[in-house]
Design a protein around this ligand. Structure first.
Ligand SMILES: NC(=O)c1ccc[n+]([C@@H]2O[C@H](COP(=O)([O-])OP(=O)(O)OC[C@H]3O[C@@H](n4cnc5c(N)ncnc54)[C@H](O)[C@@H]3O)[C@@H](O)[C@H]2O)c1
Length: 311
């Protein structure tokens, strides 16, 4: 029988975190979640997991409390997904985003080291790259974030590298592309698929910033959760993996896919481009394939069909 782990998922009430919690529970692991429900929902909760409703920022001044949580639950693995993930909030309120994405995250990793956690995996982002110099972006591409959100994620990645120096803990950083699927909230800024799908189902107008020719890299949430799961078996000291699809899709092509499942009959409305938006982005996944045997198995049309079935 394979070993069962005792796992903490921060942000486990959110879109990706709750999908991961369900997978871990299905695989027989023991899971606790810390989440303040700032963007997560209790309706995402799994009845077999234990939930602690707490703001991680509390642990900046009270590190002993997170140490106690890790010790009491005998945690060996931590998935750190709690974050402020709103690029435009980060432009207007960089201090708030820095506090959770960097300071509270440092308090967490220090507690992990102190309590002998064996594995830490962190949800980073393609936003660490800024405007790509070439496509598809790979692990060798320079990082040059153009938002405080991207800066905060890159900053914490570097802290993780620093904290990995004198520890046995294995640290895995995943740079995520645009993730989509059930439970993504259409009322938040990030998920264009959730937003467009909701509007198109109700035959409401959809607005694009620019001409719709901008491209993105969409990966289905189950595939992302699966990569985190596979990281359990990776014991390398410090690694950064890109979880791209290697498939560039324009916003116009995305809308065509959504038309297939919603029967939408209107034309999209095009407006001015938005400052801070990147024109084209797609990442590879070859290193994750090599080391974790991971592939983004779900095509965009398959993923959208699954989304339509569940929502
Ligand atoms: N969704 C994407 O396309 C995408 C892309 C790149 C990276 N990511 C990263 O993946 C992670 C998960 O993203 P998501 O899309 O599931 O977002 P989400 O907002 O659904 O999940 C984040 C969770 O963290 C919780 N949280 C936020 N601040 C907290 C705090 N101070 N204390 C405790 N809990 C807190 C929220 O309540 C929420 O449940 C984030 O770190 C995000 O930066 C997501």
């Amino acid at each position: 029988m394979t070993k069962k782990n005792r796992i903490l998922v921060t942000g486990g009430s959110g879109f990706i975190g709750s999908t991961l919690v369900d997978l871990l529970i299905n695989e027989g692991h023991s899971v606790i979640v810390i989440d303040d429900l700032s963007t997560g929902l209790s309706s995402n909760h799994n009845e077999s997991a234990t939930y602690i409703n707490e703001d991680l920022c509390r642990y900046i001044d009270h590190p002993e409390e997170i140490i106690t949580v890790l010790q009491e639950h005998n945690i060996d693995t931590v998935y750190h997904l709690a974050a402020s993930a709103d690029v435009f909030l980060s432009i207007n309120n960089p201090e708030k985003v820095y506090k959770i994405n960097v300071l509270a995250s440092i308090a967490l990793v220090r507690a992990c080291k102190k309590t002998g956690v064996k594995k830490l995996a962190f949800a980073s982002t393609s936003a660490v790259f800024g405007e790509p110099k070439y496509l598809p972006v790979d692990e060798d591409h320079d990082t040059n974030p153009i938002s405080p959100y991207g800066l905060s994620k890159l900053g914490f990645e570097q802290y993780l590298n620093y904290f990995s120096i004198d520890t046995d803990m294995s640290i895995t950083v995943f740079r995520l592309p645009n993730v989509y699927g059930p439970r993504q909230r259409p009322d938040l800024e990030g998920g264009v698929i959730a937003i467009f799908y909701g509007l198109m189902k109700q035959s409401q107008p959809i607005h694009m910033f620019g001409d719709g020719q901008q491209t993105r890299d969409w990966v289905y949430v189950d595939d992302i959760a699966n990569a985190f799961y596979k990281a359990l078996k990776n014991h390398e000291k410090f690694n950064i993996f890109l979880l791209g699809s290697n498939t560039e899709t324009s916003l116009n092509d995305l809308v065509a896919c959504l038309v297939d499942v919603t029967g939408y009959e209107e034309n999209p409305q095009y407006g001015a481009i938005r400052a801070g938006d990147i024109k084209n982005m797609v990442m590879t996944y070859s290193k994750a394939h090599q080391s974790l045997n991971w592939t983004p198995g779900t095509t965009l049309s398959e993923g959208i069909a699954k989304l339509a079935k569940e929502n």
